[in-house]
Design a protein around this ligand. Structure first.
Ligand SMILES: Cc1cc2nc3c(=O)[nH]c(=O)nc-3n(C[C@H](O)[C@H](O)[C@H](O)COP(=O)(O)OP(=O)(O)OC[C@H]3O[C@@H](n4cnc5c(N)ncnc54)[C@H](O)[C@@H]3O)c2cc1C
Ligand code: SF4
Length: 593
């Protein structure tokens, strides 16, 4: 993608967007297709999926057969070309030495951020998920309801392409006709899980993932997405037409050079660039937002990583979309006489109520899946089915010892063996030589894993703040994390173990391993830290992601989430980013911003 360099920076823009992932990509797309002049500042390097994606390479072509290493934690071919749990020269810390109280922070420093790798699971929050406090008295309600966000879920699904079915289940919203693409057929192992899970009342249904199972209906979708704007329709349609549908063969975590799955770099940024309204500057590490005398933000200060120089950019509106914790870090580092505790922090809540997703799992071996004839089950990258939370009624009747719920993600099938698969089998069978080969054929594809992804309720003990001792290599103060799961999350994980064991035993299988509740941050669904609300004293932004304190400052990543439903957050991040951008456009047209 032809990006600008620092010499190409304009004197002033309508909007500066910090970050180019799901949030930054969606914000810039909506703004630029409607004519706003946008500068996107991205801390990572440029990344071109069409040229850089290792789609067809096999593990034997990689160093260490593609094994995970410290700089490539998800393996050699992973699309995260820069980033991980640790980034050299960019530290963060945890206040506690206790294992359970540490927070793991995954950062992808590259154009498109984490969307180049993410799992593409794209579930809508349901009506209950926007009003959790009203239901059980815990956490916070959102200042908006499902009905406010639903039209934006529709738009995002039509733009990025999400496959899935409608099932009419409680708090698991259906999409209107024409939003979803057809689901891929379940794999043999997934059908078997579906059949036996039903015996314990667990509904296994088609998952929603951002993968094109057929070409998008570009004329229809573009017209619905941008009514009355022929230029935007053309740009959106051109973007959709340039994407090929999935050919069911390659691991999505490496990215998709044919643009079949959603990445900001292949879906949001190309039409935004084609509009002529977007300048993207890579290697631009934003340090702080600058304020003018009139109480308005005037621009940002950033470090040009290629020269180490401190530079400035100016705009009418500043949007932070740097990922929840990075956005918090920028706000807390933006100190001024008016905001000595950090920008937009009159409530004292910037950094507070950090959340992740509850993660736990059980794996099992299923004799009925042994000795399968050789066949390809690669499919559309990840799982084709999942189970939404199914115990709302039991919970309401007081039969569970925890609040909120979890959905089940399912790992099963016979896809391309990755590094370590053979060693795992050898450990399982204990065989050697000819017997080991026979065992490999017998057992490969007979293992399943059932994975809990549960809701975390915001709590006072989970937050991030500036570490007074630590700065990164650019001189920017680093973050320090505080973390604690509550009994609700701990009990969810325990409940999931029992439920998953029952499913595996129903299948005639046996449990081979269990994963207890994973540490905070490990599921990489960080949200919160600048929560939205109806009361400026208790929240950082309003329902539009607009700072209560600084009217031309917006946050469009996951930081404004006041709760973290079990549903993976990214579809909601994009829906809210589109909604916020529409609000900015209208306010700019009225000259209020
Ligand atoms: C392995 C994995 C699997 C996942 N699976 C799923 C899934 O299936 N479903 C789901 O919903 N979510 C999933 N997620 C989470 C998903 O990736 C995130 O929710 C989503 O990417 C958040 O979008 P974002 O724009 O807020 O942040 P990001 O995508 O992280 O983008 C933020 C961008 O901002 C840039 N940036 C940061 N700081 C600065 C700065 N100071 N100056 C300038 N730029 C900056 C970063 O370099 C980055 O490019 C997964 C994540 C991972 C890593
Ligand atoms: S499985 Fe499909 S969507 Fe995923 S990388 Fe391969 S072609 Fe792309």
């Amino acid at each position: 993608m032809p990006l600008i360099d620092t010499a190409g920076l304009q004197k002033e823009y309508d909007v500066i967007v910090v970050g180019s992932g799901a949030a930054g990509g969606q914000t810039a797309y909506t703004l630029t297709l409607d004519g706003a002049k946008v500068l996107m500042l991205e801390a990572g390097r440029n990344y071109v999926p069409e040229l850089e994606t290792a789609m067809f390479q096999t593990p034997d072509q990689a160093p260490l057969r593609g094994a995970s290493t410290l700089d490539k934690e998800f393996g050699f071919y992973d699309a995260t070309v820069d980033g991980g749990w640790q980034i050299p020269g960019e530290p963060y810390s945890s206040a506690s030495e206790e294992k359970e109280r540490k927070f793991w922070w995954w950062r992808a420093r590259m154009l498109g951020g984490r969307t180049n790798h993410w799992g593409r699971i794209s579930l809508r929050n349901g009506p209950y998920d926007f009003k959790p406090h009203s239901r059980d008295g815990l956490g916070f309600d959102w200042p908006i309801s499902y009905e406010d966000v639903a039209p934006y879920y529709d738009k995002v699904e039509m733009l990025i392409g999400v496959h899935g079915d409608n099932n009419g289940l409680e708090n698991t919203p259906d999409s209107p006709d024409g939003c979803l693409l057809p689901s891929p057929k379940p794999r043999a192992s997934e059908l078997l899980i579906q059949k036996h899970a039903k015996k314990t009342g667990v509904p296994v249904i088609a998952i929603h993932r951002a993968v094109l199972t057929k070409p998008l209906d570009y004329k229809r979708n573009a017209a619905l997405l941008h009514p009355g704007n022929p230029r935007a329709q053309q740009l959106a349609a051109d973007g959709m037409r340039s994407r090929a549908p999935c050919f069911w063969a390659t691991p999505c975590g490496r990215g998709c050079s044919i643009k079949a799955n959603y990445q900001s770099t292949t879906v949001h940024l190309p039409p935004a660039m084609a509009s002529g309204n977007l300048d993207i500057l890579a290697n631009a590490m934003v340090r702080e937002v600058e304020m003018g005398k009139n109480g308005r933000a005037t621009g940002v200060v950033f470090i040009d990583k290629t020269t180490g120089k401190e530079l400035r950019a100016k705009a009418r509106i500043i949007v932070l979309a740097a990922s929840a914790c990075e956005t918090v870090r920028i706000l807390l580092n933006s100190k001024s006489a008016q905001f000595p505790q950090g920008l937009a922090n009159s409530s004292g809540n910037v950094g507070k109520y950090l959340m992740d997703t509850v993660g736990a799992s059980v794996s099992g071996q299923i004799p009925a899946l042994e000795n399968m004839p050789a066949h390809n089950e690669d499919g559309a990258g990840g799982e084709h089915v999942y189970a939404p939370w199914w115990l709302y009624k039991e919970q309401k009747a007081g039969k569970l010892d925890f609040a909120r719920g979890y959905h089940i993600e399912i790992g099963a099938g016979r896809d391309m063996p990755s590094f370590g698969a053979a060693a795992g089998l050898a450990n399982f069978t204990g065989g050697y030589g000819k017997k080991l080969k026979e065992d490999m054929r017998r057992y490969y594809g007979s293992f399943i894993s059932l994975v809990c992804r549960g809701e975390m309720i915001p709590n006072e003990d989970s937050y991030c703040e500036i570490d007074p001792q630590s700065k990164d290599k650019y001189g920017i103060p680093a973050l320090r994390f505080h973390w604690k799961w509550s009994k609700h999350e701990e009990r969810q994980a325990v409940h999931s173990h029992k439920a998953f064991t029952e499913v595996i035993e129903n299948m005639g299988g046996r449990v081979t391993s269990k994963q207890d509740l994973l540490p905070g941050g490990f599921i990489i669904h960080e949200v919160g830290g600048a929560i939205m609300g109806a009361d400026p004293k208790k929240s950082v932004v309003n329902q539009w992601g607009q700072s209560w304190d600084v009217k031309n400052l917006f946050v469009t990543d996951g930081a404004p989430f006041p709760s973290n439903a079990d549903k993976n957050p990214t579809l909601t991040i994009m829906a809210l980013a589109w909604r916020s951008a529409d609000y900015m456009l209208a306010a700019m047209k009225r000259r209020e911003l």
